[in-house]
Design a protein around this ligand. Structure first.
Ligand code: PMP
Length: 361
């Protein structure tokens, strides 16, 4: 093991800002004179509640979350929300619409089928999820209880560039892999959820932001911990919340302020993605996996036309200090996940490495 930090292109859990890790380390054994670590505090203590309230206030401010919406910190990652969303929301009409544009939206759709009648409103499966359907390709059911989509497809490297129009049907969005990378108009969404382990914090929680008027109609067998109403009533503390993960999210949000918030991050992430897409577009060796107009700024998927060469690239990159570049098995090739905390220099160095690799191969 070396003492140097590598450039970590993992899809999640993923890189965290170095200054955040350093601050967490400095506060590890004695949080600001409390005489203990945040890990050791009662979640009901005054000192922890002040951390918790500040994290909620910062997230509300940074994402401009309106008063109509509540922030929840839930256990079970994004996957538990695949079940919690239908359990809480499908009761209205017994039906829901799903857009299937990748692995996770497909999993969410399949899980929802346990709880009601599911209509696939659009799918990009015909071209292995290399594109995002246009609004005109979405067939909406007027009696759906909600419409679900995933704004960034982590595995395939595609990203929705628009928020679908659904009329009066509430929109539910899995934003796990692009939350906090750009401003979003939260008022357009009935519910947003995200596993925190990409742009927010170390793993261990999901953030749910929901229109409070949608809560309180869960199916009768919904576990208490998955009921949005019970979570709202208990301010995410119906039981012990993932305290340390929430504290780390707080540090990440303070760091995000230093980057200009989500508006600043939108510029930074677009510039970082352009560096790698420019290499791919100018290359005779590397091929981008996603359609140009659907490319994700968070997960850059690319390959060569030769699997052996892909493997050689990943191996050589690892030796050069660029880790976790192997693509997901369903896409193959390479994937560079360049979430908010990936420094621009890491992307510049990877671009240089890709150009050198091409010259030598
Ligand atoms: N949705 C998306 C878009 C994801 O990328 C992931 C994880 N990579 C998940 C859901 C599942 O998240 P979790 O592991 O937190 O359940």
């Amino acid at each position: 093991m070396s003492n140097e930090r590598i450039f970590n292109f993992s899809a999640g859990p993923s890189v965290l800002p170095l200054s955040v890790l350093e601050q967490a380390a400095a506060e590890m054994t004695n949080y600001r004179g409390s005489g203990m670590s945040v890990m050791e505090m009662s979640h009901r203590s005054k000192v922890y509640l002040s951390i918790f309230e500040e994290v909620k206030a910062d997230l509300k401010r940074i994402m401009k979350i309106p008063d109509t919406h509540e922030i929840l910190f839930t256990p079970g990652g994004a996957t538990l929300q695949f079940s919690a969303v239908p359990m809480n929301l499908i009761g209205k009409t017994g039906k829901a619409d799903y857009a299937v544009t990748g692995n996770f939206s497909n999993l969410a759709m399949k899980e929802a089928k346990k709880y009601g009648e599911i209509h696939v409103a659009c799918s990009s499966e015909d071209r292995n999820h290399t594109y995002i359907p246009a609004q005109s390709d979405i067939s909406l059911s007027p009696d759906a209880s909600y419409f679900h989509y995933c704004s960034n497809n982590t595995i395939f490297g595609t990203e929705w560039k628009y928020v679908p129009e659904t009329g009066d049907v509430p929109i539910v969005c899995d934003m796990s892999s692009n939350i906090l990378s750009l401003p979003v108009d939260v008022s357009k969404f009935g519910l947003i959820y995200a596993g925190v382990q990409k742009n927010m914090a170390p793993a261990g929680a999901a953030v749910v932001i929901l229109d409070k008027s949608l809560a309180g109609h869960e199916l009768p067998f919904t576990p208490k911990l998955m009921s949005y109403q019970i979570m709202i009533d208990g301010d995410s503390m119906h039981n012990t919340p993932p305290c340390y993960t929430i504290y780390m999210l707080g540090l990440v949000l303070k760091w995000l302020d230093t980057q200009g918030g989500v508006e600043g991050m939108q510029k930074i992430k677009a510039a970082k993605a352009k560096i790698l897409y420019d290499v791919i577009d100018e290359s005779k060796l590397f091929i981008g996996c996603a359609d140009k107009d659907a490319r994700s700024d968070m997960n850059i998927t690319f390959k060569t036309d030769n699997e052996e060469l892909d493997n050689k690239f990943v191996k050589a990159a690892t030796l050069a200090g660029f880790e976790n570049l192997k693509g997901h098995r369903v896409v193959g090739g390479m994937r560079a996940s360049i979430y908010n905390a990936m420094p621009t220099v890491g992307v510049e160095k990877l671009a240089e490495f890709m150009r050198d690799f091409e010259s030598n191969n």
